[in-house]
Every structure is written in C-alpha cells, then in structure tokens.
Design a protein around this ligand. Structure first.
Ligand SMILES: [Mg+2]
Length: 216
C-alpha cells in the first residue's frame, strides 16, 4: 500500500495505463496494415512484415508516436484513421475513480505521455479525464521520449515537482527504468495481465492491474 501522505504529485502515462491498450494494438497491428496493404497492393502478411520492421526501427524515439512522421512515411492519413476508430478509446477500469481519489486528497495530477498532441486530443476528448489533470505533457513538446533522461530533467523544470515526493505509473518498463535512474521516488508498473513480470538481473517494479488496489 502506498503511503499517500508522503506523495504530493502523481505522474500518469496515458496509453496502456489510464487508457486501455486495445485502441493502439488494433490501430497499428490491424488497421494500418490493412490500409497499407490495399494502398500498395500487397498481401496482408507482407504488409505486416514491412510495417513491423519499420515500427521496430523507430522504437524509443519521438518518431514512434509522431503521427505526421508515419503519415509521410506510409503515405496514409494517420490522424483521419485514428478518428475513424475513436469509438475504441476506453478508460481503464477504475482509472477515473482513482483520479477522483487523488483529487479529493488534493494531489497534483499530471499526464505524461509519449503520445503525439494530435493523438492526445483525439483520445482524451472521448473521455471524462481532462478536468482531473493539473498539467498534460507530451514528449514531443519536450523534445525527447520518456525513455530518455532529458525528458525527465525538462519535465522537472516545467512542473517543479519534488521527485522525492512523486509517484509515477506507466505500463512501459523501459520508461520506468529511466524514471528510476532520474530519481523518482515511487514507481508502479501498470500491468494489463495482472501478473508480475520478472526480468533477470533487473529491478522489478511493483505491478498492479486494477487501480482499486492502489488506494483504500
Ligand atoms: Mg503506455
């Protein structure tokens, strides 16, 4: 259980943490390959092979979430395609009640995401979450992804949070390792499958799947 009086600021990831991951999985693994295959007259398995290699090459970079980069690269209107499936945007179970709990406790609540501002807009306006945030930060505004220590230095400058009194929750362990290296006091891994992943030789972060388990 988290010692809430010791925490002032809560930093929360968007995709796979506050929002269900289904939208992104379906978008990148199904919809984009379908449209890319149709556009280039390719069989679906060949389209997927080429796309997944292209995705992999941009992992942990700002391009990975840059809708304009992918629109140019793939010659597809990525923003319009996201709008097309915006009904798939879903808030993770218990996430809004958790935000209400934090608000009642007077905590500072900040969204920190690698998602592009255009993606943030498409998704968040389909949810009731925006009013809960004191601030929202996209890594593309900062100029570095959350996997880079520069992101955290700049975020600290802008938000003036005390990293010794901050909790950060993300579903991406690579991001949690960087936040740990930067010195954020409390780190939780949002794990969709409810299990606890182990990484040989690497630190494990406390893991949860249900926001209700984080507060009384
Ligand atoms: Mg995430």
């Amino acid at each position: 259980m988290i010692s809430w009086p010791d925490i002032d600021c809560i930093l929360l990831d968007m995709d796979g943490t506050l929002l269900d991951k289904h939208f992104d999985d379906y978008f990148w693994e199904e919809l984009v390959p379908q449209k890319f295959a149709a556009k280039n007259d390719l069989p679906m398995d060949e389209a997927k092979k080429r796309l997944f290699a292209a995705y992999k090459a941009q992992e942990r970079t700002l391009n990975w979430t840059d809708v304009d980069y992918w629109s140019g690269q793939l010659n597809l209107d990525i923003v319009a395609m996201k709008e097309e499936i915006c009904d798939l945007v879903k808030v993770s179970p218990g996430a809004e009640c958790f935000l209400q709990f934090l608000q009642r406790q007077g905590k500072t609540i900040v969204l920190v995401t690698n998602a592009h501002p255009k993606t943030m807009q498409i998704k968040l306006r389909r949810t009731p979450l925006i009013p809960y945030f004191t601030a929202m930060i996209s890594s593309s505004e900062i100029g570095a992804p959350k996997e880079a220590i520069e992101f955290w230095r700049e975020a600290e400058q802008r938000l003036k949070f005390d990293k010794g009194r901050t909790l950060f929750i993300d579903d991406n362990e690579a991001v949690l390792y960087t936040a740990d290296r930067f010195g954020i006091k409390l780190l939780f891994h949002k794990n969709g499958d409810g299990g606890c992943k182990s990484h040989a030789g690497q630190k494990r972060f406390p893991s949860f799947s249900d926001f209700n388990d984080l507060y009384p």
